[in-house]
Each structure stands twice: as structure tokens, then as C-alpha cells.
Design a binder for this molecule. Structure first.
Ligand SMILES: NC(=O)c1ccc[n+]([C@@H]2O[C@H](COP(=O)([O-])OP(=O)(O)OC[C@H]3O[C@@H](n4cnc5c(N)ncnc54)[C@H](OP(=O)(O)O)[C@@H]3O)[C@@H](O)[C@H]2O)c1
Length: 323
């Protein structure tokens, strides 16, 4: 019987190594090209957002990322429906947008934590409108400070409010707006998830899980309705300076809401699941690479992380008192 020479094994092993290395290089190269297209080239070749229809509806539109989306959409030629809780803020932001961009606006006062009972008034208000874009932006985090599941002082309220505001709002608003998009065979639904929706984030679990839901719903909805001319995009930011993040100072990691909304809207038509901007895409890549689940769990439970969030919160409270 002839014996296989050991060199054959070495050659086979080398070949396997080359194939694996080639596959990894191809995959990373493809990711890089897609990144360049979505975050760099897309800034020059923006999708014409008016093609989806004349109106855009933005939930949670009077502050932070929602307000920035509303302004950017108005800037790009759309009329905007603003939905939030506070009437004075709605009136002020609507007047500001109309004056600055010369578009039409409509305001709807609604509190998404109230659950299914509040949607009939939204149905009535949006009746007959040609809505090309829906931005499901409204969301709440429960607590900025890292908090263990049972440690919320008002846990049952946090659970219901988060489910209503972060999850039910996305599904119900889509149910209301989608039919006329399907009828016209065009429409864009943008859902604000979060980097923490990518996988479970301990110490921010209710929020993280609700954002995971938004991601799943968006991906599935896109698959179901793309053949009807509908695009569904899931946007997953890291830190953006808003009230929710206690107005963190902006830097290369933390975006301002206006820069973020502009960059994220540039990615429409290029990607359906995005961190929204180059800085956040690179951070997301690094987090996935450097922090596998076990390391992430450990890091998030460190006191130094809790202290960091405390410090930001206290600084913001101090600044607000000064004003
Ligand atoms: N900021 C970040 O770093 C970050 C990161 C990842 C994901 N996100 C997601 O991005 C979205 C926007 O966040 P943001 O930071 O811009 O939030 P924000 O600054 O707290 O603004 C929230 C907006 O929603 C409105 N709102 C809040 N609760 C509401 C309710 N129950 N019903 C109706 N309107 C309500 C607020 O106006 P009123 O108070 O007048 O109602 C405001 O206009 C959220 O879904 C959030 O989870 C944010």
C-alpha cells in the first residue's frame, strides 16, 4: 500500500489558507467599497427624495434627530408633517421650517406612550395625503444611566412606555402610511433603531431589545414590500448630541443631529441598513471586531462606565440650570 507523502498535507493546508485569506479579503474589500459608496460618494450623488411623494411624516419631530430629519427633508423640497407631544414646540418648529425652506407643514400633537388608542386621530389627520416618506424616529431610552433590568424604580411604566413608544409606534405608523405608498408603487420608510439594536446590550436591555425589534421589522418589511416599489431603511446611530444623550459635546465620535440627519439621508438608495454616517459605521465595525459579547458584557458592567454616564448627565443638568 502506498503512503501519502507529508508534503501533500502541507500543500493542501496552504491551499486552504490561501482560499480562506482570499475569501476574507474579498468580503472586507466588498464592505469597504459599499462603505465608500454609501458614506462618501452618496454625498455627491444624492437620491432625489421628492420622487417618493410630496409629503414626509416625521415622528418625534420637535427636537434632536427627528427635528434634524424634518429640516433636512424640507431643505430637499418636501412638505413635512411633524408629530410630537408638545404643542408649543410643534408650532415653533413648524413656523421655523416654513419660514426657512418655504414649504408646507402640518402638525399633529400625539403622545406615543399612550398605546393603541391614539392612532385613530393620526389616521384622521393624515387622510388623503400623498405621503412619500415616513420617518419613524420617536423613541425613548428609559434611562441614560446603565441600569439593570429590575433596578428601574418604575419598571412596569418603563416597560409599557418603551414598548408603546419605540415598537408599537413603528408598526402602527407603518400600517397607517404604507397602503397609499403601495397603491402609488413608491415610498420610503426610515426607521430609527440604534447600534444597541445590533445585539443585546446589558444594562440597557429594554431599550436595546426594542431597537432590535425595529431592526428585524425593517429588514423583514423591506423584503416583503420592495417588489411594490417600497424602500425600508433601518438607521442605527451610535452617539448623536441630543437631549436623549444629555447634549454630549460633538467630536469625531459624537455627531450633531443636523450633520447626522444630512449624512443618513444621503445613504438612502445606497443601503437599507446603516449606521447613518462614516464615523458611526467605523465605530460600529470596531465595536463588533474588538468587543465580542463576553467582553462587551464585562465592559458595560464596569463602574467606570456608570461613572462616565453619571458625569455626562450631571454636566448637562448644570448647563441647563445656568441657562
Ligand atoms: N441620540 C442618540 O445618540 C441616539 C442614538 C441611537 C438611536 N437614537 C434614536 O433616535 C431617535 C431620536 O432620538 P433623539 O436623541 O433625537 O431623541 P430626543 O432628543 O429625546 O427627541 C425626542 C423627540 O421625540 C419627541 N417625543 C418624545 N417622547 C414622545 C412621545 N411619547 N410621543 C411623541 N413624541 C415624543 C420629543 O418631543 P416632545 O417631548 O415635545 O414630545 C422630541 O421631539 C430615537 O428613536 C432614539 O432611540 C438616538
Amino acid at each position: 500500500m502506498s503512503e501519502t507523502h507529508p508534503d501533500v498535507y502541507i500543500q493542501a493546508f496552504n491551499l486552504f489558507g490561501i482560499v480562506v485569506a482570499f475569501y476574507i479579503a474579498l468580503l472586507q474589500g466588498w464592505k469597504l467599497l459599499r462603505g465608500i459608496r454609501s458614506y462618501i460618494l452618496a454625498g455627491w450623488w444624492r437620491t432625489n427624495l421628492k420622487k417618493y411623494g410630496s409629503w414626509a411624516v416625521v415622528t418625534g419631530a420637535t427636537d434632536g434627530i427627528g427635528k434634524a430629519y424634518a429640516r433636512e427633508l424640507a431643505k430637499r423640497g418636501l412638505d413635512v408633517v411633524l408629530i410630537s407631544r408638545t404643542l408649543e414646540k410643534l408650532k415653533r418648529v413648524a413656523a421655523e421650517i416654513e419660514q426657512e425652506f418655504g414649504c408646507k407643514t402640518k402638525i399633529i400633537q400625539a403622545d406615543y406612550t399612550r398605546g393603541s388608542e391614539m392612532y385613530q386621530s393620526i389616521v384622521d389627520n393624515l387622510k388623503g395625503m400623498e405621503i412619500g416618506i415616513l420617518v419613524n424616529n420617536v423613541g425613548m431610552s428609559g434611562s441614560f444611566h446603565p441600569t439593570r433590568f429590575l433596578a428601574f424604580p418604575n419598571i412596569d411604566k418603563v416597560i409599557m412606555d418603551t414598548i408603546n413608544c419605540n415598537m408599537l409606534s413603528v408598526v402602527e405608523m407603518t400600517r397607517i402610511v404604507l397602503p397609499q405608498m403601495v397603491e402609488r408603487k413608491k415610498g420610503l420608510v426610515i426607521n430609527l433603531s440604534s447600534e444597541v439594536g445590533n445585539r443585546p446590550y446589558p444594562m440597557s436591555l429594554i431599550y436595546s431589545s426594542s431597537k432590535g425589534f425595529v431592526d428585524f421589522f425593517s429588514r423583514g418589511l423591506h423584503a416583503e414590500y420592495k417588489s411594490f416599489g417600497i424602500t425600508v431603511q433601518c438607521v442605527m446611530p451610535l452617539f448623536v448630541s441630543t437631549d436623549m444623550t444629555h447634549n454630549l459635546g460633538t467630536n469625531i465620535f459624537v455627531k450633531s443631529a443636523s450633520d447626522y440627519a444630512r449624512d443618513a439621508l444621503n445613504t438612502v438608495g445606497y443601503t437599507n441598513r446603516t449606521s447613518g454616517c462614516l464615523s458611526h459605521a467605523l465605530q460600529s465595525y470596531a465595536v463588533a471586531l474588538l468587543l465580542p459579547d463576553a467582553v462587551l458584557e464585562f465592559v458595560l458592567s464596569l463602574k467606570i462606565i456608570a461613572d462616565f454616564f453619571d458625569k455626562i448627565q450631571k454636566k448637562d443638568e448644570k448647563n441647563k440650570k445656568k441657562k
